[in-house]
Design a protein around this ligand. Structure first.
Ligand SMILES: Cc1ncc(COP(=O)(O)O)c(C=O)c1O
Length: 364
């Protein structure tokens, strides 16, 4: 089985996260000598024809996978999703403008806090507390003349996912899709801007992918740093300065892997199966719990707690010894979290469920 993880572990990290084993093997083979060029991709000029080919192929593959319309630009930038928290207002709004934020977890909160530095009015249109659900859209207090509405389609820490894409009318919808991109179909045309840190379903950290409607380009304020100016980056093919070339190359290999495995719809089918069985194991136990409203449960990040919190370190240590690693919840919320991105084989989820049942029998 080419997709089996050759190491004897299953890595449930939220990010940087597990990558497909065939991608790692191909990267290993090509590391010192890419396609007979005598050099590593890491050593190539980003302006040389070889790297340009790698870059263009990766973009074309991502466009196919996500059916990205022609009138959207795809940017491969640095600074992570956090950089985009600032880039969004700098590219879409003047300082004295208003933008709406819907906060359903910690990343949305951070996006808002950063956005508020660059906007006189960064309005919280809705916020869930605790972050265990998405407030229904009829309760949002949207601003009619907002420049955009920002959401986090999947909150990685709390494991909260929008079940449907909100309708914001003529106001562009901007979404942080860091932990949901490529895991299920997303209709790009519903959004003005999508951005995703790469280190979950795309590739290594150090790369952020921005997908932006062309008609939103050119609104950037004059003070926007060049490296975060979407228009400037679109004009230069994300080569305004040296892009994260190696991460871009690995992203291309991951895109090929997704395509070879049937594309995003096929990923979604497996992802739904993996998540459904893991939530069922949690719900049916007397020992584990997940607080998220069923309709908003993430298919990618599954947080859970133990009825006896003092057993959590024991759970984590025993899981680690069984080869199930990086199950610690985010440091701000504690508990456990299993991130089950595309590259997590179904066998990894089965192994986790078996371990959880066995742990409950021994300690429950
Ligand atoms: C939804 C979401 N947004 C933003 C971030 C921050 O990403 P970065 O570390 O690339 O800035 C993360 C990181 O895990 C995330 O999960």
């Amino acid at each position: 089985m080419d997709d089996d993880i050759s190491q004897m572990i299953y890595n449930f990290s939220a990010g940087p996260a597990v990558l497909p084993a065939p991608v790692l093997r191909q990267a290993q083979e090509e590391l010192p000598d890419w396609h007979g060029t005598g050099m590593s991709v890491m050593e190539m000029s980003h302006r040389g024809s070889d790297f340009i080919r790698i870059a263009e192929t990766a973009e074309a593959r991502l466009r196919e996978l996500m059916a990205i319309p022609e009138d959207y630009r795809v940017l491969f930038l640095q600074g992570g999703a956090t950089g985009q928290f600032a880039a969004v207002p700098m590219n879409l709004s003047a300082q004295d403008a208003v933008a709406d934020y819907v906060i359903t977890g910690m990343w949305g909160k951070r996006a808002h806090a950063e956005g508020a530095k660059f906007l006189d009015r960064a309005n919280v249109a809705a916020s869930s507390s605790p972050s265990t659900y998405v407030p229904p859209q009829d309760e949002w207090r949207l601003t009619p003349d907002a420049d955009y509405v920002h959401i986090t389609l999947n909150e990685t820490i709390q494991g909260v996912r929008f079940a449907t894409v909100p309708d914001t009318g003529v106001v562009p919808l901007v979404a942080d899709v860091s932990s949901i991109i490529l895991s299920e179909p997303i209709d790009v045309s519903d959004f003005g801007v999508l951005y995703a840190g790469a280190q979950k379903n795309i590739g290594p950290s150090g790369l952020v992918v921005v997908i932006v409607a062309e008609d939103l380009l050119g609104r950037a304020r004059a003070t926007t740093p060049q490296v975060w100016n979407w228009f400037e980056n679109a004009k230069s093919g994300s080569m305004l300065n040296t892009p994260p070339t190696y991460a871009w190359y690995i992203a291309g290999l991951v895109f090929d892997w997704v395509a070879d495995h049937g594309g995003v719809a096929a990923m979604a089918e497996v992802n739904r199966r993996k998540a459904t069985k893991l939530y069922a194991a949690i719900d049916q136990s007397g020992c584990y719990a997940n607080p998220v409203a069923p309709a908003n449960r993430s298919l990618m990040n599954v947080p859970f707690t133990l009825a006896h919190p003092d057993l959590e370190p024991v759970f984590l240590a025993e899981a680690r010894a069984a080869g199930l690693v990086n199950l610690e919840g985010h440091r701000n919320v504690g508990g456990m979290r299993a991130s089950i991105y595309n590259a997590m084989p179904e066998g990894g989820v089965d192994a986790l469920i078996d371990f959880m049942k066995e742990f409950e029998t021994r300690h429950g």
